[in-house]
Design a protein around this ligand. Structure first.
Ligand SMILES: [Zn+2]
Ligand SMILES: [Zn+2]
Length: 106
């Protein structure tokens, strides 16, 4: 059985806008900027407990400026959302929860 996912959507932790862009590359940092209020922040994941087997990455995959976060378990940036907005890593199957660090208000 497979589980379809969609691209990660992140709401700005300051103004809740979904106009969030990733401004860096995974081998540097996870700095994101909000296109609405200009705040910057870094999303991180923590293990939410349990795994979801058969989760497949979305097609087409994310673009370079789409929100990106690393898996708390395997550190791959293959973290997507299921129908019910649960975060899941399609590399290791971990269920994840989203948190924010380095929040700088714009
Ligand atoms: Zn914002
Ligand atoms: Zn993983």
């Amino acid at each position: 059985m497979t589980v379809e996912t969609r691209k990660l959507q992140i709401a700005c932790p300051v103004c809740a806008s979904s106009e969030v862009f990733y401004t860096c590359t995974p081998n540097c940092c996870f700095n994101h900027v909000c296109g609405h209020c200009g705040s910057t922040f870094e999303p991180v994941t923590r293990k939410a407990g349990g795994t979801l087997s058969g989760a497949l990455p979305p097609q087409p995959g994310p673009e370079a400026s789409d929100p990106t976060v690393a898996c708390a378990k395997c550190e791959e940036t293959t973290v997507y959302m299921t129908e019910d907005t649960t975060l899941v890593c399609t590399s290791c199957g971990s269920r994840l929860a989203l948190e924010f660090t380095e929040i700088v208000r714009g």
